[in-house]
Design a protein around this ligand. Structure first.
Ligand code: GDP
Ligand code: GDP
Length: 458
Protein backbone atom coordinates (compact mmCIF):
# COMPACT_ATOMS: atom_id res chain seq x y z
CA UNK A 1 0.00 0.00 0.00
CA UNK A 2 1.28 3.42 -0.92
CA UNK A 3 2.27 5.55 2.09
CA UNK A 4 0.61 8.87 2.81
CA UNK A 5 2.72 11.81 3.95
CA UNK A 6 0.88 14.77 5.50
CA UNK A 7 2.45 18.22 5.64
CA UNK A 8 1.27 19.91 8.81
CA UNK A 9 2.05 23.30 10.29
CA UNK A 10 0.78 26.79 10.79
CA UNK A 11 0.33 29.06 7.78
CA UNK A 12 3.37 30.43 5.98
CA UNK A 13 5.98 27.93 7.16
CA UNK A 14 6.52 26.57 3.66
CA UNK A 15 4.11 23.63 3.29
CA UNK A 16 2.97 24.45 -0.22
CA UNK A 17 6.54 25.17 -1.28
CA UNK A 18 7.51 21.67 -0.18
CA UNK A 19 4.34 20.18 -1.66
CA UNK A 20 5.15 21.68 -5.05
CA UNK A 21 8.69 20.48 -4.93
CA UNK A 22 7.62 16.93 -4.09
CA UNK A 23 4.83 16.64 -6.63
CA UNK A 24 6.03 18.70 -9.57
CA UNK A 25 7.70 15.95 -11.61
CA UNK A 26 4.80 13.59 -11.19
CA UNK A 27 2.30 16.20 -12.20
CA UNK A 28 4.11 16.65 -15.48
CA UNK A 29 1.60 14.21 -16.91
CA UNK A 30 -1.34 16.35 -15.91
CA UNK A 31 0.34 19.20 -17.75
CA UNK A 32 -0.19 17.16 -20.92
CA UNK A 33 -3.95 17.46 -20.46
CA UNK A 34 -4.95 21.05 -21.09
CA UNK A 35 -8.34 20.55 -19.38
CA UNK A 36 -6.82 19.79 -16.01
CA UNK A 37 -5.33 21.98 -13.36
CA UNK A 38 -3.32 20.33 -10.65
CA UNK A 39 -4.71 19.73 -7.23
CA UNK A 40 -3.01 22.02 -4.77
CA UNK A 41 -3.73 19.79 -1.84
CA UNK A 42 -3.27 16.16 -2.87
CA UNK A 43 -0.39 15.01 -5.00
CA UNK A 44 1.69 12.05 -6.01
CA UNK A 45 5.38 12.12 -5.35
CA UNK A 46 8.27 10.05 -6.62
CA UNK A 47 11.63 10.55 -4.96
CA UNK A 48 14.63 8.22 -4.60
CA UNK A 49 12.46 5.35 -5.75
CA UNK A 50 9.74 6.04 -3.19
CA UNK A 51 6.21 6.62 -4.45
CA UNK A 52 3.88 8.28 -2.00
CA UNK A 53 0.81 10.47 -1.64
CA UNK A 54 1.45 13.95 -0.26
CA UNK A 55 -1.27 15.95 1.42
CA UNK A 56 -0.89 19.62 2.16
CA UNK A 57 -3.20 19.95 5.13
CA UNK A 58 -3.42 23.74 4.90
CA UNK A 59 -2.66 25.85 7.89
CA UNK A 60 -3.82 25.10 11.38
CA UNK A 61 -2.89 27.30 14.27
CA UNK A 62 -5.21 26.25 17.06
CA UNK A 63 -7.30 29.43 17.12
CA UNK A 64 -9.65 28.68 14.24
CA UNK A 65 -13.18 30.02 14.13
CA UNK A 66 -16.12 29.53 11.76
CA UNK A 67 -15.13 28.34 8.32
CA UNK A 68 -11.57 27.99 9.52
CA UNK A 69 -12.69 25.43 12.06
CA UNK A 70 -14.12 23.37 9.23
CA UNK A 71 -10.82 23.54 7.39
CA UNK A 72 -8.96 22.66 10.52
CA UNK A 73 -11.18 19.59 10.88
CA UNK A 74 -10.13 18.45 7.44
CA UNK A 75 -6.50 18.94 8.33
CA UNK A 76 -6.96 16.92 11.48
CA UNK A 77 -8.70 14.18 9.49
CA UNK A 78 -5.76 14.11 7.07
CA UNK A 79 -3.39 13.67 9.99
CA UNK A 80 -5.41 10.65 11.14
CA UNK A 81 -5.12 9.06 7.71
CA UNK A 82 -1.43 9.76 7.22
CA UNK A 83 1.32 7.22 7.74
CA UNK A 84 3.94 9.91 8.28
CA UNK A 85 3.55 13.52 9.40
CA UNK A 86 6.06 16.17 8.44
CA UNK A 87 5.46 18.88 11.00
CA UNK A 88 6.84 22.05 9.50
CA UNK A 89 8.00 25.08 11.42
CA UNK A 90 9.75 28.29 10.41
CA UNK A 91 13.35 28.46 11.61
CA UNK A 92 13.46 32.21 10.95
CA UNK A 93 10.29 33.03 12.86
CA UNK A 94 11.30 30.77 15.73
CA UNK A 95 9.04 28.74 17.99
CA UNK A 96 5.46 30.06 18.32
CA UNK A 97 2.47 29.26 20.51
CA UNK A 98 0.72 27.80 17.47
CA UNK A 99 3.64 25.39 16.93
CA UNK A 100 3.28 24.25 20.53
CA UNK A 101 -0.48 23.73 20.14
CA UNK A 102 0.00 21.64 17.02
CA UNK A 103 2.78 19.63 18.67
CA UNK A 104 0.50 18.85 21.57
CA UNK A 105 -2.13 17.52 19.20
CA UNK A 106 0.41 15.40 17.31
CA UNK A 107 1.80 13.93 20.52
CA UNK A 108 -1.68 12.97 21.65
CA UNK A 109 -2.29 11.15 18.35
CA UNK A 110 0.86 9.13 18.64
CA UNK A 111 1.69 9.67 14.98
CA UNK A 112 5.05 9.04 13.35
CA UNK A 113 6.16 12.66 13.21
CA UNK A 114 9.25 14.44 11.95
CA UNK A 115 9.82 18.02 13.03
CA UNK A 116 11.08 20.14 10.16
CA UNK A 117 12.68 23.52 10.73
CA UNK A 118 12.27 25.15 7.34
CA UNK A 119 13.91 28.24 5.81
CA UNK A 120 17.40 27.56 7.18
CA UNK A 121 18.95 29.05 4.04
CA UNK A 122 21.22 31.95 4.85
CA UNK A 123 20.97 31.56 8.63
CA UNK A 124 22.80 29.53 11.24
CA UNK A 125 20.58 26.45 11.18
CA UNK A 126 21.92 24.76 14.29
CA UNK A 127 21.32 27.64 16.63
CA UNK A 128 17.99 28.58 15.03
CA UNK A 129 16.73 25.03 15.46
CA UNK A 130 17.78 24.44 19.04
CA UNK A 131 14.54 25.75 20.52
CA UNK A 132 12.35 23.40 18.45
CA UNK A 133 13.43 20.53 20.67
CA UNK A 134 10.95 21.97 23.13
CA UNK A 135 8.16 20.61 20.93
CA UNK A 136 8.88 17.25 22.53
CA UNK A 137 8.80 15.37 19.23
CA UNK A 138 12.44 14.45 19.01
CA UNK A 139 15.01 15.38 16.45
CA UNK A 140 14.66 18.56 14.39
CA UNK A 141 15.40 18.28 10.66
CA UNK A 142 16.74 21.32 8.90
CA UNK A 143 15.34 22.19 5.51
CA UNK A 144 15.23 24.94 2.94
CA UNK A 145 12.23 23.84 0.89
CA UNK A 146 12.51 26.66 -1.60
CA UNK A 147 16.12 25.63 -2.34
CA UNK A 148 15.36 21.90 -2.20
CA UNK A 149 17.88 21.51 0.62
CA UNK A 150 17.28 18.66 3.07
CA UNK A 151 14.22 17.42 1.22
CA UNK A 152 15.51 14.16 -0.29
CA UNK A 153 17.40 13.07 2.79
CA UNK A 154 14.38 13.61 5.02
CA UNK A 155 12.04 11.72 2.68
CA UNK A 156 14.51 8.83 2.49
CA UNK A 157 14.78 8.77 6.25
CA UNK A 158 11.06 9.13 6.97
CA UNK A 159 10.03 6.48 4.44
CA UNK A 160 12.80 3.98 5.19
CA UNK A 161 10.34 1.70 7.06
CA UNK A 162 8.39 1.33 3.80
CA UNK A 163 11.47 0.56 1.70
CA UNK A 164 11.22 -3.21 1.87
CA UNK A 165 7.54 -3.29 0.97
CA UNK A 166 8.30 -1.05 -2.01
CA UNK A 167 11.26 -3.10 -3.15
CA UNK A 168 13.80 -0.37 -2.50
CA UNK A 169 17.28 -0.88 -1.10
CA UNK A 170 17.96 2.15 1.10
CA UNK A 171 21.15 3.94 0.21
CA UNK A 172 21.04 2.85 -3.40
CA UNK A 173 20.25 5.30 -6.11
CA UNK A 174 16.50 5.11 -6.80
CA UNK A 175 15.80 3.76 -10.23
CA UNK A 176 12.80 4.18 -12.48
CA UNK A 177 10.50 1.17 -12.55
CA UNK A 178 12.39 -1.82 -13.85
CA UNK A 179 9.78 -3.74 -15.76
CA UNK A 180 11.79 -3.28 -18.91
CA UNK A 181 11.65 -6.51 -20.79
CA UNK A 182 12.26 -8.08 -24.08
CA UNK A 183 9.48 -10.50 -24.98
CA UNK A 184 9.58 -13.07 -27.72
CA UNK A 185 6.18 -13.89 -29.23
CA UNK A 186 5.99 -17.11 -27.14
CA UNK A 187 6.93 -15.42 -23.89
CA UNK A 188 4.37 -12.71 -24.50
CA UNK A 189 1.65 -15.31 -25.02
CA UNK A 190 2.60 -17.34 -21.95
CA UNK A 191 2.61 -14.23 -19.80
CA UNK A 192 -0.77 -13.27 -21.22
CA UNK A 193 -2.30 -16.57 -20.16
CA UNK A 194 -0.96 -16.16 -16.64
CA UNK A 195 -2.48 -12.68 -16.43
CA UNK A 196 -5.91 -13.78 -17.58
CA UNK A 197 -6.17 -15.91 -14.45
CA UNK A 198 -5.48 -13.02 -12.08
CA UNK A 199 -8.34 -10.97 -10.64
CA UNK A 200 -8.87 -7.46 -12.00
CA UNK A 201 -8.69 -4.93 -9.18
CA UNK A 202 -11.44 -2.43 -9.91
CA UNK A 203 -11.78 0.72 -7.79
CA UNK A 204 -15.13 2.49 -7.84
CA UNK A 205 -14.49 6.12 -7.06
CA UNK A 206 -16.26 9.47 -7.22
CA UNK A 207 -17.25 12.36 -5.03
CA UNK A 208 -19.97 11.88 -2.41
CA UNK A 209 -23.54 11.09 -3.55
CA UNK A 210 -22.78 10.27 -7.17
CA UNK A 211 -24.12 6.75 -6.56
CA UNK A 212 -21.07 4.62 -5.75
CA UNK A 213 -22.80 2.58 -3.03
CA UNK A 214 -25.90 2.12 -5.15
CA UNK A 215 -23.71 0.92 -8.01
CA UNK A 216 -21.67 -1.40 -5.82
CA UNK A 217 -24.84 -2.92 -4.41
CA UNK A 218 -26.23 -3.29 -7.89
CA UNK A 219 -23.08 -5.04 -9.12
CA UNK A 220 -22.93 -7.40 -6.19
CA UNK A 221 -26.64 -8.09 -6.15
CA UNK A 222 -28.49 -6.92 -3.08
CA UNK A 223 -28.57 -10.36 -1.52
CA UNK A 224 -24.81 -10.59 -1.41
CA UNK A 225 -24.33 -7.45 0.60
CA UNK A 226 -23.28 -8.54 4.01
CA UNK A 227 -24.33 -6.15 6.70
CA UNK A 228 -21.59 -5.85 9.20
CA UNK A 229 -19.40 -3.22 10.70
CA UNK A 230 -15.72 -3.52 10.27
CA UNK A 231 -13.36 -1.39 12.32
CA UNK A 232 -11.42 1.12 10.31
CA UNK A 233 -13.87 1.21 7.43
CA UNK A 234 -13.98 4.99 7.33
CA UNK A 235 -10.27 4.98 6.68
CA UNK A 236 -9.82 2.00 4.43
CA UNK A 237 -11.61 0.72 1.38
CA UNK A 238 -13.23 -2.70 1.47
CA UNK A 239 -11.94 -5.35 -0.91
CA UNK A 240 -14.68 -7.59 -2.26
CA UNK A 241 -13.81 -10.58 -4.46
CA UNK A 242 -16.39 -11.38 -7.13
CA UNK A 243 -16.80 -13.16 -10.44
CA UNK A 244 -18.50 -12.00 -13.58
CA UNK A 245 -18.72 -13.65 -16.99
CA UNK A 246 -15.96 -16.08 -16.11
CA UNK A 247 -13.57 -13.40 -15.00
CA UNK A 248 -12.40 -12.73 -11.43
CA UNK A 249 -12.49 -9.29 -9.93
CA UNK A 250 -11.67 -7.62 -6.67
CA UNK A 251 -13.96 -4.67 -6.19
CA UNK A 252 -12.30 -1.90 -4.23
CA UNK A 253 -15.24 -0.28 -2.54
CA UNK A 254 -14.42 3.26 -1.44
CA UNK A 255 -17.99 4.10 -0.45
CA UNK A 256 -18.64 1.33 2.02
CA UNK A 257 -21.70 -0.69 1.14
CA UNK A 258 -22.22 -1.57 4.76
CA UNK A 259 -23.13 1.89 5.85
CA UNK A 260 -26.76 0.93 5.31
CA UNK A 261 -26.40 -1.07 8.49
CA UNK A 262 -26.97 2.06 10.51
CA UNK A 263 -28.46 4.66 8.26
CA UNK A 264 -29.16 7.03 11.09
CA UNK A 265 -25.54 7.20 12.03
CA UNK A 266 -23.53 9.98 10.50
CA UNK A 267 -20.55 8.24 9.04
CA UNK A 268 -17.89 10.22 7.29
CA UNK A 269 -17.87 7.98 4.26
CA UNK A 270 -15.93 10.09 1.83
CA UNK A 271 -12.22 10.56 2.12
CA UNK A 272 -9.99 11.81 -0.66
CA UNK A 273 -6.99 9.99 0.77
CA UNK A 274 -8.87 6.72 0.90
CA UNK A 275 -9.89 7.27 -2.71
CA UNK A 276 -6.35 8.03 -3.82
CA UNK A 277 -5.03 4.91 -2.12
CA UNK A 278 -7.70 2.86 -3.88
CA UNK A 279 -6.62 4.32 -7.22
CA UNK A 280 -3.01 3.41 -6.52
CA UNK A 281 -3.97 -0.13 -5.68
CA UNK A 282 -6.31 -0.69 -8.62
CA UNK A 283 -5.72 -1.96 -12.14
CA UNK A 284 -8.78 -0.19 -13.47
CA UNK A 285 -10.58 2.83 -12.03
CA UNK A 286 -14.29 3.35 -12.53
CA UNK A 287 -14.91 7.06 -12.06
CA UNK A 288 -18.56 7.75 -11.33
CA UNK A 289 -19.97 11.22 -11.99
CA UNK A 290 -23.49 12.52 -11.47
CA UNK A 291 -25.44 13.45 -14.63
CA UNK A 292 -27.58 15.85 -12.60
CA UNK A 293 -24.59 17.79 -11.37
CA UNK A 294 -22.30 17.75 -14.38
CA UNK A 295 -18.54 17.84 -14.00
CA UNK A 296 -17.43 19.52 -10.79
CA UNK A 297 -13.97 20.63 -9.69
CA UNK A 298 -13.78 17.66 -7.36
CA UNK A 299 -14.39 15.28 -10.27
CA UNK A 300 -11.54 16.90 -12.17
CA UNK A 301 -9.30 16.68 -9.11
CA UNK A 302 -9.88 12.92 -8.84
CA UNK A 303 -9.45 12.57 -12.58
CA UNK A 304 -6.11 14.36 -12.47
CA UNK A 305 -4.93 11.91 -9.88
CA UNK A 306 -6.10 8.92 -11.91
CA UNK A 307 -4.28 10.25 -14.99
CA UNK A 308 -1.10 10.79 -13.04
CA UNK A 309 -1.27 7.31 -11.58
CA UNK A 310 -1.44 5.90 -15.11
CA UNK A 311 -4.27 3.55 -14.17
CA UNK A 312 -6.76 2.31 -16.72
CA UNK A 313 -9.99 4.29 -16.65
CA UNK A 314 -13.67 3.90 -17.41
CA UNK A 315 -16.10 6.75 -16.78
CA UNK A 316 -19.71 6.16 -15.71
CA UNK A 317 -22.17 9.02 -15.94
CA UNK A 318 -24.76 7.90 -13.41
CA UNK A 319 -28.42 8.84 -12.75
CA UNK A 320 -29.16 8.80 -16.48
CA UNK A 321 -32.73 7.76 -15.66
CA UNK A 322 -35.69 10.13 -15.82
CA UNK A 323 -33.84 12.89 -17.67
CA UNK A 324 -35.51 14.81 -20.50
CA UNK A 325 -33.85 14.58 -23.87
CA UNK A 326 -32.79 18.24 -23.84
CA UNK A 327 -31.12 17.74 -20.45
CA UNK A 328 -29.34 14.66 -21.77
CA UNK A 329 -28.11 16.62 -24.78
CA UNK A 330 -26.88 19.40 -22.55
CA UNK A 331 -25.02 17.00 -20.27
CA UNK A 332 -23.37 15.33 -23.26
CA UNK A 333 -22.24 18.66 -24.67
CA UNK A 334 -20.78 19.64 -21.33
CA UNK A 335 -18.99 16.29 -21.01
CA UNK A 336 -17.47 16.79 -24.43
CA UNK A 337 -16.30 20.23 -23.49
CA UNK A 338 -14.84 19.32 -20.11
CA UNK A 339 -13.68 15.74 -20.62
CA UNK A 340 -12.99 15.77 -24.36
CA UNK A 341 -9.27 15.89 -23.67
CA UNK A 342 -9.28 12.33 -22.31
CA UNK A 343 -9.62 10.60 -25.60
CA UNK A 344 -8.72 7.12 -24.42
CA UNK A 345 -11.43 6.35 -21.85
CA UNK A 346 -14.87 4.94 -22.63
CA UNK A 347 -17.82 6.84 -21.20
CA UNK A 348 -21.00 5.00 -20.19
CA UNK A 349 -24.38 6.46 -19.35
CA UNK A 350 -25.94 4.37 -16.63
CA UNK A 351 -28.55 4.18 -13.93
CA UNK A 352 -27.21 2.40 -10.88
CA UNK A 353 -30.67 2.69 -9.38
CA UNK A 354 -32.40 0.75 -12.18
CA UNK A 355 -29.38 -1.23 -13.33
CA UNK A 356 -29.47 0.20 -16.83
CA UNK A 357 -26.13 0.00 -18.63
CA UNK A 358 -24.30 -1.55 -15.69
CA UNK A 359 -23.55 -4.79 -17.52
CA UNK A 360 -21.87 -2.99 -20.40
CA UNK A 361 -19.54 -1.24 -17.97
CA UNK A 362 -17.75 -4.50 -17.43
CA UNK A 363 -17.05 -4.93 -21.11
CA UNK A 364 -15.13 -1.68 -21.00
CA UNK A 365 -13.43 -2.54 -17.72
CA UNK A 366 -12.20 -5.80 -19.21
CA UNK A 367 -11.11 -4.09 -22.40
CA UNK A 368 -9.22 -1.43 -20.43
CA UNK A 369 -7.52 -4.03 -18.27
CA UNK A 370 -6.50 -6.12 -21.25
CA UNK A 371 -5.13 -3.06 -23.02
CA UNK A 372 -3.26 -1.96 -19.93
CA UNK A 373 -1.59 -5.30 -19.25
CA UNK A 374 -1.22 -6.80 -22.68
CA UNK A 375 2.25 -8.25 -23.29
CA UNK A 376 3.70 -7.25 -26.60
CA UNK A 377 6.80 -8.72 -28.15
CA UNK A 378 9.85 -6.64 -28.96
CA UNK A 379 9.56 -7.51 -32.62
CA UNK A 380 5.98 -6.23 -32.86
CA UNK A 381 6.78 -3.00 -31.02
CA UNK A 382 9.78 -2.46 -33.26
CA UNK A 383 7.72 -3.18 -36.38
CA UNK A 384 5.10 -0.62 -35.38
CA UNK A 385 7.83 1.91 -34.61
CA UNK A 386 9.30 1.30 -38.05
CA UNK A 387 5.95 1.76 -39.75
CA UNK A 388 5.34 4.98 -37.91
CA UNK A 389 8.78 6.19 -38.93
CA UNK A 390 8.23 5.21 -42.56
CA UNK A 391 4.86 6.96 -42.70
CA UNK A 392 6.21 10.11 -41.19
CA UNK A 393 9.94 10.73 -40.79
CA UNK A 394 11.25 12.28 -37.60
CA UNK A 395 12.53 15.83 -38.14
CA UNK A 396 16.12 16.91 -38.77
CA UNK A 397 18.05 18.14 -35.76
CA UNK A 398 21.31 20.03 -36.38
CA UNK A 399 21.32 18.80 -39.94
CA UNK A 400 20.97 15.16 -38.92
CA UNK A 401 17.80 13.15 -38.98
CA UNK A 402 16.65 11.60 -35.70
CA UNK A 403 16.81 7.87 -36.20
CA UNK A 404 14.65 5.40 -34.26
CA UNK A 405 16.15 1.92 -34.01
CA UNK A 406 14.06 -0.44 -31.96
CA UNK A 407 11.39 -0.58 -29.26
CA UNK A 408 10.49 -2.84 -26.37
CA UNK A 409 8.23 -3.00 -23.33
CA UNK A 410 9.09 -0.79 -20.36
CA UNK A 411 6.17 -1.74 -18.13
CA UNK A 412 2.43 -2.20 -18.06
CA UNK A 413 -0.66 -0.79 -16.35
CA UNK A 414 0.11 1.73 -17.79
CA UNK A 415 1.79 0.26 -20.83
CA UNK A 416 5.21 1.81 -21.38
CA UNK A 417 7.02 1.59 -24.69
CA UNK A 418 10.75 2.26 -24.68
CA UNK A 419 12.10 3.51 -27.98
CA UNK A 420 15.84 3.48 -28.69
CA UNK A 421 17.49 5.65 -31.27
CA UNK A 422 19.88 8.47 -32.11
CA UNK A 423 19.29 12.01 -30.88
CA UNK A 424 15.93 10.95 -29.46
CA UNK A 425 16.17 13.52 -26.70
CA UNK A 426 15.74 16.12 -29.42
CA UNK A 427 12.43 14.73 -30.66
CA UNK A 428 9.74 17.40 -30.51
CA UNK A 429 6.65 16.70 -28.41
CA UNK A 430 4.49 16.69 -31.52
CA UNK A 431 6.42 13.71 -32.88
CA UNK A 432 6.22 11.89 -29.55
CA UNK A 433 2.46 12.39 -29.56
CA UNK A 434 2.30 11.11 -33.12
CA UNK A 435 4.20 7.96 -32.10
CA UNK A 436 1.97 7.46 -29.10
CA UNK A 437 -1.18 7.70 -31.19
CA UNK A 438 0.35 5.38 -33.76
CA UNK A 439 0.95 2.76 -31.07
CA UNK A 440 -2.53 3.30 -29.69
CA UNK A 441 -4.15 2.70 -33.07
CA UNK A 442 -1.90 -0.19 -34.13
CA UNK A 443 -2.29 -2.09 -30.87
CA UNK A 444 -5.95 -1.08 -30.44
CA UNK A 445 -5.29 0.21 -26.94
CA UNK A 446 -8.45 1.49 -25.29
CA UNK A 447 -9.07 2.64 -21.74
CA UNK A 448 -5.51 3.25 -20.62
CA UNK A 449 -2.92 5.94 -21.18
CA UNK A 450 0.27 4.85 -22.97
CA UNK A 451 3.67 6.17 -21.97
CA UNK A 452 6.59 6.45 -24.34
CA UNK A 453 10.16 6.68 -23.16
CA UNK A 454 13.11 7.42 -25.36
CA UNK A 455 16.60 6.06 -24.83
CA UNK A 456 19.68 7.32 -26.59
CA UNK A 457 21.60 4.72 -28.54
CA UNK A 458 20.96 1.04 -29.17
P1 GDP B 1 2.45 27.56 3.64
O1 GDP B 1 1.46 28.60 4.00
O2 GDP B 1 2.89 26.79 4.83
O3 GDP B 1 2.00 26.69 2.53
O4 GDP B 1 3.78 28.34 3.17
P2 GDP B 1 4.31 28.67 1.68
O5 GDP B 1 4.87 27.47 1.04
O6 GDP B 1 3.26 29.43 0.97
O7 GDP B 1 5.55 29.62 2.03
C1 GDP B 1 5.37 30.85 2.71
C2 GDP B 1 6.51 31.76 2.33
O8 GDP B 1 7.76 31.23 2.76
C3 GDP B 1 6.64 31.96 0.82
O9 GDP B 1 6.94 33.31 0.58
C4 GDP B 1 7.80 31.07 0.45
O10 GDP B 1 8.48 31.53 -0.69
C5 GDP B 1 8.66 31.14 1.68
N1 GDP B 1 9.52 29.96 1.84
C6 GDP B 1 9.14 28.67 1.76
N2 GDP B 1 10.20 27.86 1.95
C7 GDP B 1 11.26 28.65 2.17
C8 GDP B 1 12.66 28.39 2.42
O11 GDP B 1 13.12 27.25 2.48
N3 GDP B 1 13.45 29.46 2.59
C9 GDP B 1 12.98 30.73 2.52
N4 GDP B 1 13.85 31.70 2.70
N5 GDP B 1 11.69 31.01 2.29
C10 GDP B 1 10.84 29.99 2.09
P1 GDP C 1 -22.35 7.54 -2.90
O1 GDP C 1 -22.18 8.57 -1.85
O2 GDP C 1 -21.54 7.89 -4.13
O3 GDP C 1 -22.12 6.15 -2.44
O4 GDP C 1 -23.88 7.66 -3.41
P2 GDP C 1 -25.14 6.76 -3.03
O5 GDP C 1 -25.07 5.44 -3.69
O6 GDP C 1 -25.34 6.78 -1.56
O7 GDP C 1 -26.31 7.58 -3.76
C1 GDP C 1 -26.59 8.93 -3.43
C2 GDP C 1 -28.03 9.21 -3.80
O8 GDP C 1 -28.22 9.12 -5.21
C3 GDP C 1 -29.00 8.22 -3.18
O9 GDP C 1 -30.16 8.93 -2.79
C4 GDP C 1 -29.30 7.28 -4.32
O10 GDP C 1 -30.57 6.69 -4.21
C5 GDP C 1 -29.25 8.21 -5.51
N1 GDP C 1 -28.89 7.48 -6.73
C6 GDP C 1 -27.86 6.61 -6.90
N2 GDP C 1 -27.85 6.12 -8.16
C7 GDP C 1 -28.89 6.69 -8.81
C8 GDP C 1 -29.41 6.57 -10.15
O11 GDP C 1 -28.91 5.85 -11.01
N3 GDP C 1 -30.48 7.35 -10.47
C9 GDP C 1 -31.07 8.16 -9.56
N4 GDP C 1 -32.12 8.87 -9.96
N5 GDP C 1 -30.62 8.29 -8.30
C10 GDP C 1 -29.55 7.55 -7.91
Amino acid sequence: MIPVVALVGRPNVGKSTLFNRLTRTRDALVADYPGLTRDRKYGRAHLSGYEFIVVDTGGIDGTEEGIETKMAEQSLAAIEEADVVLFMTDARAGLTAADLAIAQHLRSRDKVTFVVANKVDGIDGDSACAEFWQLGLGEVYQMAASQGRGVTSLVEYALAPFAEAMGITPGEEGEEETHEREYTEEEAEAEQARLAALPIKLAIIGKPNVGKSTLTNRILGEERVVVYDQPGTTRDSVYIPMERDGRSYVLIDTAGVRRRARVHEVIEKFSVIKTLKAVEDANVVLLVVDAHEGIAEQDLGLLGFVLNSGRALVIAVNKWDGLDQDVKDRVKTELDRRLGFIDFARIHFISALHGTGVGHLFESVEEAYDSATRRVSTSLLTRIMQMAQDDHQPPMVNGRRVKLKYAHVGGYNPPIVVVHGNQVSRLPDSYKRYMMNYYRRSLKVVGTPIQLRFHEGA
